[in-house]
Design a protein around this ligand. Sequence first.
Ligand SMILES: CC(C)(COP(=O)(O)OP(=O)(O)OC[C@H]1O[C@@H](n2cnc3c(N)ncnc32)[C@H](O)[C@@H]1OP(=O)(O)O)[C@@H](O)C(=O)NCCC(=O)NCCS
Length: 130
Amino acid sequence: VITHEWRGPVSNAELSALHAAAFGLPPREHDWRAQLDGHSLGGVCARDGGGLAGFVNVAWDGASHAFVLDTIVATRLRHRGAGTRLVAIATRQARAAGCAWLHVDFEAELGPFHWDSCGFHPTTGGLIAL
Ligand SMILES: CC(C)(COP(=O)(O)OP(=O)(O)OC[C@H]1O[C@@H](n2cnc3c(N)ncnc32)[C@H](O)[C@@H]1OP(=O)(O)O)[C@@H](O)C(=O)NCCC(=O)NCCS
């Protein structure tokens, strides 16, 4: 059984382990909680019998723009709809908070996930590496 929870309790250790596994990197110490508590509208947790299995962070500008950052699903759960559900909950909660726009950017190969499954519309955008 997979459960999804908006603003569900999640620890720094769980988030570090999920990020490291998803991106094939060694776990690093990072205060995800401070980042979420200080700068995000919220996050969505997906859990299964093995613990935290997915997460998405919804950052925002405090008004009408929200931003989906780092949607992650553990490899053991991929292609079972968990990622789509994370983003669907993020979308619903951003709308409920009064946001008018939900933004995302991603590598080209993730187009089918964001456009076809999650319902984002293609748009022009830009990015500067700082
Ligand atoms: C991208 C990611 C979150 C998708 O999670 P998921 O739970 O497997 O997604 P879903 O099961 O909801 O996928 C629904 C559909 O989206 C598309 N899709 C999913 N992952 C995809 C990928 N990696 N590449 C291209 N299309 C993808 C497929 O059409 C999929 O349908 P299918 O399972 O019938 O093939 C997951 O692969 C992941 O964590 N990747 C590593 C982290 C990452 O790159 N995140 C992106 C933001 S930084």
